[in-house]
Design a protein around this ligand. Structure first.
Ligand SMILES: Nc1ncnc2c1ncn2[C@@H]1O[C@H](COP(=O)(O)OP(=O)(O)O)[C@@H](O)[C@H]1O
Ligand SMILES: [Mg+2]
Length: 232
């Protein structure tokens, strides 16, 4: 079966010379959920920013068998739904509905089709009742769910979430776990929260200085690297 995501030999150096990725290989099977753990500065965010072409390093990336190149960037972006740690950066339109419809419109859907997709996605995350609200009126957990609706409206094959529990209270975190569990997509979740990783992922990879130092069952990795500020 074609993997949902296949990354080979990914290397990246920031313009200031920082070697942020030093050869990362990672395969995500269809429907699989993998946690990315690792200390601050180990390259986790730099890695995920490559998955929809926001950064371009050396190496290869395939999403659902489609190689990420400059030419099919838009197609790959539609397949990879990215949720950033601060939803305020992701929600910028006057209403929740418009925000959720932005992706499909951007992909060329006609307005009624985009609205139908946005409403369906908002229903999936339990936010249909907030369709007419301005995003800034929502709680952090609600914002996270609306941001998720915005990517679900594009029917992605892979979901990538960078520190999704940041700013969420415990009930908000539990809701997010339940919601993510129901979604069939393959998922890559960057987190410092060992409990969150355990609740969702079957496998974890541990980043250190731009490389994957270890991978295995979540519990094993969490235990082995507990001295690295995990569980916070
Ligand atoms: N825009 C940037 N310019 C230069 N160096 C950066 C930039 N962003 C991140 N870095 C560096 O790249 C390394 C990896 O950072 P990052 O991917 O943000 O790690 P993580 O998400 O694991 O905390 C760190 O050394 C960080 O300081
Ligand atoms: Mg980061």
């Amino acid at each position: 079966m074609t993997p949902a995501l296949q990354v080979r030999g990914l290397r990246y150096r920031y313009p200031d010379g920082t070697e942020a990725l030093r050869g990362v290989d990672l395969t995500l099977a269809a429907g699989e959920c993998v946690a990315i753990l690792g200390a601050n500065g180990s390259g986790k965010t730099t890695f995920v920013l490559h998955l929809n072409g926001l950064l371009t390093g050396e190496g290869s990336i395939e999403v659902g068998g489609l190689a990420l190149t400059r030419r099919n960037l838009a197609e790959v972006r539609a397949k990879v739904g990215m949720i950033f740690q601060d939803s305020d950066d992701q929600l910028f339109l006057p209403t929740v509905l418009e925000d959720a419809a932005f992706g499909p419109l951007n992909l060329g859907a006609a307005a009624p089709e985009a609205e139908a997709r946005a409403r369906a996605a908002l229903r999936q995350v339990g936010m249909e009742g907030a369709a007419g609200k301005p995003p800034y009126h929502l709680s952090a957990g609600e914002k996270r769910r609306v941001a998720l609706a915005g990517v679900l409206a594009m029917s992605p094959e892979v979901l990538v979430l960078d520190e999704p529990t940041i700013h969420l209270d415990p009930p908000g975190q539990r809701e997010l776990v339940q919601l993510l569990k129901r979604l069939p997509q393959a998922k890559l979740i960057v987190t410092h929260d060992a409990g969150f990783a355990r609740a969702l992922a079957s496998r974890a990879v541990f980043f250190e200085r731009g490389r994957i130092l270890a991978e295995g069952p979540v519990d094993e990795i969490v235990q082995r690297f507990s001295w690295f500020e995990l569980g916070g």
